[in-house]
Write a protein that binds this ligand. Structure first.
Ligand code: SAH
Length: 244
């Protein structure tokens, strides 16, 4: 039997936002690998093995998935949202770099709806003009890199989406992020906190940057800062397509 490896995105949470392509791959899998809460979203199937692991060992998880595929299994590695956005696809390719035999495996990456796009849709259209995306976790990069990117993006008036904004182990990082943004942006600029997007617990809060507090974000929140033209219309927030 020839093995295969699919790296699939489960979307932000709602079953309706899992793509049909991903559902087909999940149904055909012999083995599903992923971080515990993501694997928990997959209903158990006869003859299918679920391998739920801790998030801190991404490279080990990728190697394990490749080993199973090399031994003939149909393996699906799952991420939330999109697997290429701060997630498992890069970890699998990193594991592949040192493993020439595995490079001829049947490997596919299946996209998913990433958190910022589901959040933007719930907010209105805050990402309607140029924007950038920054992972605020300093687990895999030093803080000065994050701060430099924040400052330059703010100076260029990009809207920004922030992933992993504030964890219990890094309480100071988002406080510093807000300080840097306040130094570089107008206090009136709108910032939205979108938590548990697409689930029954979804909660959206938009405030001017001057009123934002670090406690408004946690690891289940994606934060979207508008550019200087971003504004409210009714209960929505949007960024115009054009720049004056
Ligand atoms: N691959 C994922 C991102 C993984 S990083 C994706 O494409 O969405 C994990 C971060 O994603 C979280 O800390 C949070 O910032 C964001 N996130 C994931 N799902 C979310 C949801 N349903 N609502 C709000 N933020 C979410």
């Amino acid at each position: 039997m020839t093995g295969s490896l699919v790296i699939a995105g489960l979307g932000p949470g709602a079953d309706a936002l899992v793509t049909p392509e991903v559902s087909v791959a999940l149904a055909a899998a012999t083995d599903i690998v992923g971080y515990i809460p993501y694997v928990a979203r997959i209903p158990p199937r006869e003859g299918q093995k679920l391998h739920a692991t801790d998030n801190r060992v991404e490279l080990d998880r990728a190697k394990h998935a490749l080993e199973m595929a090399m031994s003939g299994q149909r393996v699906v590695v799952v991420s939330s949202g999109d697997p290429g956005v701060f997630a498992m696809a890069s970890a699998v390719f990193e594991a592949l770099e040192g493993w020439t035999d595995a490079q001829s495996l049947d490997i596919r990456v299946l996209p998913g709806i990433t958190a910022m796009l589901a959040a933007a849709a719930a907010i209105g259209a805050p990402l309607g003009h140029d924007f950038c995306t920054i992972n605020l976790s300093d687990n895999l990069k030093p803080w000065p890199v994050i701060e430099r990117r924040l400052r330059l993006a703010a100076q260029a008036d990009f809207a920004m989406a922030f992933y992993n904004p504030r964890s219990i182990s890094r309480p100071a990082g988002f406080v510093r992020t807000l300080d840097v943004l306040r130094q570089e942006c107008r206090g009136a600029q709108l910032i939205s906190f979108a938590r548990d997007v697409s689930t029954p617990e979804q909660h959206i809060l938009t405030v001017p940057l001057a009123e934002a507090r670090a406690e408004m974000a946690d690891m289940r929140t994606v934060v979207i800062l508008g550019n200087t033209a971003t504004r409210r219309v009714g209960r929505f927030v949007y960024t115009p397509r054009s720049v004056a």
